[in-house]
Structures are given as structure tokens and as C-alpha cells.
Design a protein around this ligand. Structure first.
Ligand code: SF4
Length: 71
């Protein structure tokens, strides 16, 4: 999978960092999301999908990596 985030629309709620702390963090100034790993290993995919689902601003986008593989 490949993750992208829209930091401009992030509300700093921190749900992503709580749900998948290996993949998301928050900056110290505004609390906006920091993407630590845009291509996390498979064992983290479930947590990333949950984080994307609970983000109140819906700014986390998860896409298949590359064009043919859905990982
Ligand atoms: S859960 Fe969404 S709004 Fe909250 S810090 Fe993460 S990306 Fe930003």
C-alpha cells in the first residue's frame, strides 16, 4: 500500500498516531499529522486502514502500491 496525507486539512486530532504509531506521528507545533512510513509493511496495513477510517478530517488516503499489486 501507499499512503498519502493532506496536512493542510488535518485537524490535529491525533487518532492516526494513536491507532498506527509506527506510521503516523504529529508535529510538535500544530499537532498536524506527520507521515513516518508511506509504504508500511503488510503487518501494519490493518492499523493504517483503521486510522484512515477514524480520521475525522478524512485526510488519509490509502492506495495500492504501484499499478498492479494491491499491497
Ligand atoms: S487523525 Fe486525521 S485529523 Fe487527526 S492528526 Fe491524524 S490525519 Fe490529522
Amino acid at each position: 500500500m501507499e499512503i498519502s496525507v493532506d496536512r493542510d486539512r488535518c485537524l490535529g486530532a491525533g487518532m492516526c498516531a494513536l491507532t498506527a504509531p509506527e506510521v503516523f506521528d504529529q508535529d510538535e507545533q500544530e499537532g498536524r499529522v506527520l507521515l513516518l512510513d508511506a509504504r508500511p509493511p503488510r503487518e501494519r496495513h490493518a492499523a493504517v486502514r483503521i486510522a484512515a477510517g477514524v480520521c475525522p478530517a478524512s485526510v488519509i488516503t490509502v492506495a495500492p502500491r504501484g499499478s498492479s499489486r494491491a499491497d
